[in-house]
Ligand binder design. Structure first.
Ligand code: NAD
Ligand code: UFG
Length: 337
């Protein structure tokens, strides 16, 4: 298949690119580099031995996007592009709606104008909001609690209307849980600018001596050790979930919302211990107040993904920590992005 990846230079997009290239798909990466660098293209070539065309463009540039879709005879689009920091979305909601919702509209206009009707959308477990029960299945009510999550919900609803409008649309909204880890080469991984918002990159930077200690946001949650529980999924498992989704959509028209998670939750302190074991480094931490907007526990019911996609997450917590550490070390030695 010829597949265009919007946001294909980012963390999840670049790992998905590796899997799709190695499965024989031909790709075009379309990205405005607002949260990534051109070097990703070189790393992808290094990993796969294949050259991938890259277009430096914004998804809101409908004309450029339309040209890219037509010129490269694209069959399907995976839409990763978007802003993704929950806290920032509260401070700058207009930026989030403009980039994420407007970006999705522009993409749909471009796809419609060249009659491409297969789309995989990067959604998020955030759409569920505060869990009413666990594990979260796809029928759990959606009630996002911040502008980032509401953008994802608006887009999912819009995609529902689009899928209703013609029977040949094939759309998957993949609700990711907590992607972590890196490609085994250590060449690509998550490389946040400034202070990391997310747990795993923060732990990695503490282990590497780049930051003094981890702040654990709350130890008074109703969980086994009092710290927050999440469903961490290896980014390569997540990437393979996209390849499985493309296969599924080729047989399955309509709109499909599917969780991509492992079904297993780990607490913050379990993550710290696992990382210490994988890296051999001490990770000092301090318990501080809860972070506003956090919930105590979130993990997936991954049953639908296994039924529809014949896919499940295979990699262990050790793999997640070891690959993150490999990437962190190679980044320090200047090998990476
Ligand atoms: P990322 O920031 O690493 O990648 C996103 C890419 O999109 C970046 O390369 C950025 O330059 C590009 N981009 C942003 N706005 C653009 C625009 N207007 N036009 C063109 N390119 C643009 O993020 P990621 O972690 O790889 O996330 C990919 C997608 O998955 C996002 O939509 C995100 O909301 C979603 N998601 C991520 C997580 C997570 O924890 N990483 C969890 C759930 C969902
Ligand atoms: N945490 C800490 N200290 C930190 C960072 C995080 O204790 O420095 C804790 C949080 O309180 C939470 C857990 O670690 O209990 C995970 O937090 P993350 O920020 O890594 O992840 P979230 O579950 O808050 O959110 C992430 C992404 C969202 C995505 C969601 C999907 O940030 O974009 O997963 O479930 F939508």
């Amino acid at each position: 298949m010829n597949v265009l990846l919007t946001g294909g230079m980012g963390y999840i997009g670049s790992h998905t690119a590796v899997v799709l290239l190695q499965s024989g798909h031909r790709l075009v990466l379309y990205d405005n580099l607002s949260n990534s660098t051109y070097k990703v293209v070189e790393k992808l070539t290094q990993i796969t031995g294949l050259h991938t065309p890259f277009i430096n463009g914004d998804v809101r540039n409908t004309q450029l996007l339309t040209e890219a879709l037509a010129t490269h005879h694209i069959d399907a689009v995976i839409h990763f592009a978007g802003l993704k920091a929950v806290g920032e979305s509260v401070e700058k909601p207009v930026d989030y709606y403009a980039n994420n919702v407007q970006g999705a509209i522009s993409l749909l206009e471009a796809m419609q104008s060249v009659d491409i009707k297969t789309l995989v959308f990067s959604s998020s477990a955030t759409v569920y909001g505060e869990p009413q029960y666990l594990p979260l299945d796809e029928n759990h009510p959606t009630r996002a609690i911040n502008p980032y999550g509401r953008c994802k919900l608006h887009i999912e609803e819009m995609l529902g209307d689009v899928a209703e409008s013609a029977p040949d649309w094939r759309i998957a909204c993949l609700r990711y849980f907590n992607p972590v880890g890196a490609h085994e080469s250590g060449l690509i991984g998550e490389n946040p600018d400034g202070v990391p918002n997310n747990l795993m990159p923060y732990i990695a930077q503490v282990a590497a001596g780049k930051r003094a200690e981890l702040s654990v946001f709350g130890a008074d949650y109703p969980t086994a050790d009092g710290t927050g529980v999440r469903d961490y999924i290896h980014v390569m498992d997540l990437a393979e979930g996209h390849a499985a989704t493309l296969r599924f959509l080729s047989q399955s028209p309509g709109l499909h919302a599917i969780n991509l998670g492992t079904g297993q939750g780990y607490s913050v302190l379990e993550m710290v211990r696992a990382f210490e074991k994988a890296s051999g480094c001490h990770v000092p931490y301090r318990i501080v107040a809860r972070r506003a907007g956090d919930v105590s526990a979130v993990y997936a019911n991954p049953h639908k993904a296994s039924e529809c996609l014949s896919w499940r997450a295979l990699r262990s917590l050790d793999d997640m920590c070891a690959s993150t550490w490999r990437f962190q070390r190679s980044e320090r030695s200047g090998m990476t992005l």
